[in-house]
Design a protein around this ligand. Sequence first.
Ligand code: SF4
Length: 278
Amino acid sequence: MANLQTKRGCHYKCTFCAYPVIEGRGMRTRDPCGAAAEVETLLEEYGLDQFFIVDSVFNAPRGYAEAVCAALRRLGRRIRWSCFVTPGNLSAELLDLMMTAGCQSIDFGTDAGSNRTLRAFRKSFNVDDIHAASALCRERGLPFCHSLVFGGEDETWETVAETIATMDACRPTAVTAMCGVRVYPETPFAQALIGRGEVPGVEALYEPYFYFSPAVRDGLTETVAAAARARGNWFLPGSKVNDEDRLFANLRGRGLKGDLWRYLARLRLGRALGPAGA
Ligand code: SF4
């Protein structure tokens, strides 16, 4: 799978995220035809037909994703791609354009399924948006994954339970969950923690530093692991729960490629695993 970037930067203000720090706080877009030409070169000269669009958020700024899809459309039967999407700005029309242009699955940067935790992260959407975006994918049979971060500010056992319940109601193909918020230097979250004296200084963040809301510090990892184990389609990177490393190695061994979690629905139903993109 090759990576493709159609823009840099992110104008959203999620407190913990390093994208705006690394790439800038505004979005700078490429000429969509230039991006499509790059894809065509990779396809024709190197045989690469699977892509991950690594943009911070594919479906922003408004109107640009539509232009990228229009540019990729003529290649849409020959390539397959995936991307990061915000649940707050996804219309049926855009999703249809994405699928026509070769989109085979999407990864929602959801982070939480509780309005209280979403507000604390300063996400730009709410739980209703998560349900609506999930329903659009389900209606089209498009595999989708929600990525979560448990343990952020204002997280309580109640919000943890709400997030798990939201995921159950949305019925995603897969869930990727992390416990503890990695605090990166220069993010609003890092500045707040340093300002409050909870972190002694920025140097403390150069080693991996994870924040856990005090209300759930004890037992969060075990609780999320139990939820993952009970569901089977949740992955906790770095843990052996549901052992995605083994599963994905097995799928790769069969010659499958791209974002392999999308095969989970077929595996659960006991269906044959077709070629990539099928
Ligand atoms: S989490 Fe996603 S939407 Fe939020 S600032 Fe980071 S890249 Fe942007």
